[in-house]
Design a protein around this ligand. Structure first.
Ligand code: CA
Length: 389
């Protein structure tokens, strides 16, 4: 299989009044970098690179460096290509846009391979352990920098009630922008509104140092949250280990980590209970497979991070279909040992409108497309509408 053409697409969509904040940034728009590869047999495959950083550096890495190399490889199978391309960039690009660019190409090559063989990516990875994956909603962001208890707790309550009405039974809310005492009120509001049976997680986007994270973690434990995501900056491995040592709540992280080498160090540092590789960031499907091998070796769960377009969701669904239970039990329990999928609920037309058939929540689950490759089709009219020329 030889690649004849590689095309990149920078997609952007402004959020207008629906802009929001995490602890780190304002989000006035959503963007995605998509890649389409076409083989000499005329088979096309789609991939996505990066999560929310600027798409242009990833595009440049593909257009100027990786695509010319890919076009010269006779057997463009994903496993062959990954090692070849990584060998060419490891000296100067082992994290960041280069790996995000490799992620996009790798996902597209798996899509092509699946379409060539008439099998879904999960099938090619080793099999479909599940045909549907339990989804957790990501939401409960901040819509203002000025926290007003009366106004903003009521708004938060309205938003999370809507998620429950959609049929979700699991939610990840944002923390870390405000003083711990104010975020504690938000945490308790969400618990009170959704009730004791709702499964809750919290994501600080690395807002804290270790001692603040431990204080916040105790708040989350009192409200019976099940994991605490990115408590400290990704570089602070000792901080991660200290937080994990002092808290009972599971510590999650890894969306800002790259390749098996990065996850090797995260695991060796006793940083996390739950690995969250983003397939569009960490090196694609080929590299997630390697990361999951490390995770299972250490009896750690993997719950992929997903925050991109419909292509990112499709790739994560294929991986989640294949992911093993960690550890195995005869009766799997979502989160406890069975993988779940992140389903961002903030506005993103690139997620909801880009594919010919969008993903639908049914009783809190999303079906894994059974068609070949990623099992999805891109609506080219929608893509053109959001494409930056
Ligand atoms: Ca996160």
């Amino acid at each position: 299989m030889r690649v004849e053409r590689v095309e990149t697409f920078v997609l952007k969509t402004p959020l207008g009044a629906e802009r929001f904040y995490s602890s780190q940034a304002e989000f006035p728009e959503r963007n995605s970098l998509l890649v389409r590869i076409t083989t000499s047999d005329g088979v096309t495959g789609w991939g996505e690179g990066g999560q929310y950083g600027p798409a242009e550096p990833v595009k440049t890495c593909i257009d100027e460096v990786l695509a010319p190399q890919l076009l010269a490889i006779d057997d463009a199978s994903p496993g062959v290509v990954w090692e070849r391309l990584y060998a060419g960039i490891r000296d100067f690009g082992s994290k960041g846009p280069y790996i995000e660019a490799m992620s996009a190409l790798d996902i597209a090559l798996w899509d092509v391979l699946g379409k060539s063989l008439g099998a879904s990516i999960a099938t090619l990875m080793g099999g479909r352990s599940r045909e549907r994956v339990k989804a957790y909603g990501t939401g409960g962001y901040y819509d203002t920098l000025d926290f007003d208890r009366h106004r903003d707790l009521a708004r938060l309550a309205t938003v999370v009630e809507r998620y429950a009405d959609e049929g979700l039974g699991m939610l990840k809310m944002k923390i870390g922008l405000l003083p711990i005492a104010d975020d504690a009120l938000r945490v308790q509001t969400v618990r009170d509104v959704l009730g004791d049976d709702f499964v809750l997680f919290a994501d600080a986007n690395h807002a804290y140092n270790a001692s603040s994270a431990i204080a916040m973690g105790r708040v989350l434990e009192r409200a019976d949250f099940q994991f605490f995501e990115e408590p400290v900056p990704p570089e602070d491995r000792r901080g991660y280990a200290r937080v994990r040592e002092h808290l009972d709540i599971a510590i999650a992280g890894g969306e800002a980590e790259y390749t098996r080498y990065g996850f090797r160090d995260l695991i060796a540092g006793d940083c996390v209970d739950i690995l969250q590789p983003d397939i569009c960031v960490t090196g694609g499907i080929s590299e997630v497979r390697n990361i999951v091998a490390l995770a299972t070796t250490n009896n750690l769960r993997t719950i992929p991070h997903v925050w991109g377009s419909g292509i990112a969701v499709a790739a994560a669904l294929q991986v989640c279909s294949w992911l093993p239970l960690v550890p195995y039990t005869h009766r799997p329990v979502p989160v406890q040992n069975e993988p779940i999928i992140e389903f961002d609920r903030t506005r993103n037309p690139l997620r909801d409108d880009l594919l010919s058939q969008s993903f639908v929540l049914q009783n809190g689950y999303i079906e894994v497309p059974a068609g070949p490759g990623l099992g999805v089709e891109v609506d080219m009219d929608v893509l053109e509408r959001h494409c930056v020329k």
